[in-house]
Design a protein around this ligand. Structure first.
Ligand SMILES: [Zn+2]
Length: 363
């Protein structure tokens, strides 16, 4: 076990980590994209050589153009239109996260994006759950314990949020742990989907909302105060309600105070934010100040394929940029575990029996 005080990438891989914000269609292995394109007859790929395609995904996501960024998802969702493909991608997702030391993950996707070849929404969900179960079993066979919960997303620009919310509740006893809305923030405020959020709340289910990524405070305010979001996907624009007051001090506006006081978790995805322009550089990324001010900050991957990242590599970048040590990594990890949508007993078990004992050895 690691004993050095500065965590290296290798050390970080062995540390138990918790991931709350990861998109299924943003985390495929490049080789799998190529193989599925072939087996499902998808002809749109920009490259069929694995190394070329890997580079293409990163470059397109890095280009600063929203069109290229979105095109990357056209290809991943394009090869995920059969039950076999969905199940394989889900199983490999779990294996990859387990191999990276993730002990608990909430993986999300929008079922409505996988019906272009005629699958029903139920068939999509069942295929993904089947894959998650297989991946979890395969990891266990390797002696690695991982628990994965599913979040079902509705797309902001479509009008199916209530239908997806109903599915999230219907499948909650078989692996779905929550609901989310994703897609473009500008022009599609979360209040367009109030009926879906109300449905989730009256059924005592859980939800997060993608809000405050590139779009400003209004989106965060609506997500929390009108919709009742328990967590914020990204949420980093809350920084716009914080005024630096010199010598590391800062003054919080009322919304920022509310978010911090209520311990509303921020699902921060540093590398993804750099690619979409939500932050100019890691040094200037709001995570530094938000963590220093003890917001409930969590660290996440968002899209491992497009950002060419893992949970370990995200932490390694933060360690390098902000000088974080093991106690910081542990803090982010426990923040995430506390904020998960699974039962309190299960969260406590992972914190007390998996996370805390491991970090106690290295701190
Ligand atoms: Zn996201």
């Amino acid at each position: 076990m690691a004993t050095r005080t500065v965590p290296t990438l290798q050390d970080l891989r062995t540390a138990p980590k918790v991931l709350l914000h990861d998109h299924l269609d943003g985390g495929l292995r490049p080789r799998t994209v190529v193989e599925l394109a072939e087996s499902t007859g998808y002809r749109g790929l920009p490259a069929t050589d694995v190394a070329d395609l890997t580079r293409w995904f990163r470059d397109a996501a890095d280009s600063g153009s929203l069109e290229s960024y979105l095109e990357t998802f056209a290809h991943t969702t394009g090869v995920m239109q059969t039950e076999e493909a969905l199940s394989r991608v889900a199983a490999e997702c779990v294996e990859d996260l387990a191999a990276d030391g993730v002990v608990y993950a909430e993986v999300r996707y929008a079922p409505e994006l996988f019906v272009t070849r005629g699958l029903s929404l139920d068939a999509v969900i069942e295929a993904v759950q089947d894959g998650f179960e297989r991946g979890t079993r395969r990891a266990a066979e390797q002696g690695v314990r991982i628990r994965v919960g599913t979040l079902l997303c509705a797309m902001r620009q479509h009008a199916r949020a209530l239908e997806i919310a109903e599915l999230a509740v219907r499948y909650r006893d078989v692996g779905v742990v929550g609901f989310d809305i994703a897609g473009p923030e500008a022009g599609f405020p979360p209040t367009r989907n109030l009926d879906a959020f109300e449905y989730i709340r009256v059924n005592n289910a859980h939800f997060t909302i993608h809000a405050g990524e590139a779009f400003g405070l209004a989106s965060i305010w609506e997500a929390i105060q009108y919709c009742g979001a328990e967590r914020l996907g990204h949420g980093v624009r809350i920084i716009d309600d914080i005024t630096p007051a010199g010598e590391g001090a800062a003054e919080l506006g009322r919304l920022a105070s509310y978010v911090r006081d209520r311990r509303i978790p921020l699902e921060v995805c540093p590398s993804s934010n750099l690619q979409t322009g939500a932050a100019p550089s890691l040094e200037k990324h709001p995570i530094g100040l938000l963590a220093a001010m003890r917001f409930r900050v969590t660290v996440n991957t968002d899209n491992r394929l497009m950002s060419d990242c893992t949970m370990s590599s995200e932490f390694a970048r933060l360690v390098e940029t902000f000088g974080y040590g093991w106690s910081d990594v542990r803090w982010f990890t426990i923040n995430a575990m506390k904020s998960a949508f699974i039962d309190f007993d299960e969260r406590l078990d992972l914190i007390n029996n998996v996370i805390k004992p491991w970090y106690a050895e290295v701190e």
